[in-house]
Write a protein that binds this ligand. Structure first.
Ligand code: NAP
Length: 321
């Protein structure tokens, strides 16, 4: 169930706004353009460049009605000075502390959706969710979300406190959630926030082999062995996009939108022009045969390499990359 606050089908994913080569003014202009266009779901995490992203969003919110924004914040990832995630802290007694810092950096007195970045196999999820529900009772958090969890974990969490939204990677290059996670979320009545809808840039339509940068080069889809194969799949998609007088990015977002009204894609834009381009996907209607044709252009068994690493944590440490 989505929040009482109206949220548009699309949300704005802000993580890349904190990359070293991002333009602060353009990032803030992008947040403003999103809110002016009715996008209220602003997606961040306290560990996106160690608080930088929240401070940026806090700055953008000045002069805006904070109550119109739907701020989604992940917490718990432990990040080394080199930016790499090395562990996870979702111990119940620590959550209130993380929340306090987020509220300060964002300059707000409540967060709309608070979610553990991952779960710890050593801590019953019920305990983590139970601790967040105390923050709901105290009025600091409105709703609880989860991300990248297994279906049974989602069920357990939902039995402790209603989970409003669950965030998963979902794109033409990663359809894993269709197997059991999406049916489970639907069974529980939980809407799915889809991140990585442009496969972290692969579906942007303007990527070439030499433009793969250090922020994505660790993702197997982008490796030297796999990138040519995957770019050739994007070319097959481009043909359909051109016929429909759309860009590849618009078609990729429109495909996610067409997969169910309960799926809410995040737009990972840090430029106003990118945001406005992707938002045009809202005006596109793909019928069943369009969807089939698109899925034939990028067939799951033809994708080379996996996408985002699925890390697991136990007792605070990484146990599986
Ligand atoms: N829950 C989780 O575990 C998790 C994990 C990762 C991300 N997220 C959330 O999801 C959001 C989006 O993720 P993401 O940024 O990795 O993936 P994404 O949306 O799939 O891709 C972003 C990439 O697409 C490019 N792009 C954006 N708009 C474009 C357009 N209209 N045309 C062409 N290219 C375009 C960007 O270019 P530039 O290089 O110019 O920026 C960037 O390279 C994040 O901001 C974050 O909020 C959540």
């Amino acid at each position: 169930m989505v929040s009482k606050k109206e949220i548009l089908r699309l949300g704005l994913g802000c993580s890349r706004m904190s990359n070293a080569n991002s333009d602060r003014r353009e990032s803030i202009a992008t947040i403003h353009a999103a809110m002016d266009a009715g996008i209220t779901h602003i997606n961040t995490a306290d560990f996106y460049t160690s608080g930088h992203n929240e401070i940026l969003i806090g700055e953008a919110l000045k002069g805006y009605n904070r109550d119109k924004a739907f701020l989604s914040v992940k917490f718990g990832a432990l990040v080394a000075p080199n930016g790499k995630m090395y562990g996870l802290d979702v111990r119940p007694q620590h959550i209130k502390n993380y929340l306090t810092y987020s509220l300060k950096r964002l300059g707000v007195d409540y967060i709309d959706l608070y979610q553990p970045a991952r779960i710890d196999l050593d801590i019953p999820v019920e305990e983590t969710i139970g601790a967040i529900s105390e923050l709901v009772d105290a009025g600091y958090v409105k709703q609880i979300g989860m991300t990248q969890v297994e279906a049974d974990t989602l069920r357990k969490a939902h039995s402790v406190h209603p989970i409003s939204l669950v965030e998963y990677q979902y794109s033409l290059f990663n359809r894993n959630i269709e197997n059991d996670i999406l049916p489970t979320a639907r069974d529980l009545g939980i809407n799915v926030v889809a991140f990585g809808t442009l496969a972290h840039g692969l579906l942007g339509g303007n990527l070439t082999k030499d433009k793969v940068d250090h922020t994505t080069s660790h993702i197997p889809l982008f490796s030297k062995e796999n990138i040519d194969k995957n770019l050739s799949l994007v070319e097959a998609l481009r043909q359909i996009a051109e016929e429909k007088q759309m860009t590849v990015a618009q078609l990729a977002v429109a495909w996610v939108l067409a997969k169910g009204e309960d799926i809410l894609p995040l737009i990972g834009a840090r430029k106003v022009s990118q945001l406005l381009e992707s938002m045009k996907a809202l005006d596109v209607h793909l019928n069943g045969s369009d969807v089939k044709r698109i899925e034939k252009a990028i067939q799951v068994n033809e994708i080379a390499g996996g996408s985002f690493p699925r890390m697991q944590f136990k007792n605070g440490m990484v146990v599986q990359q």
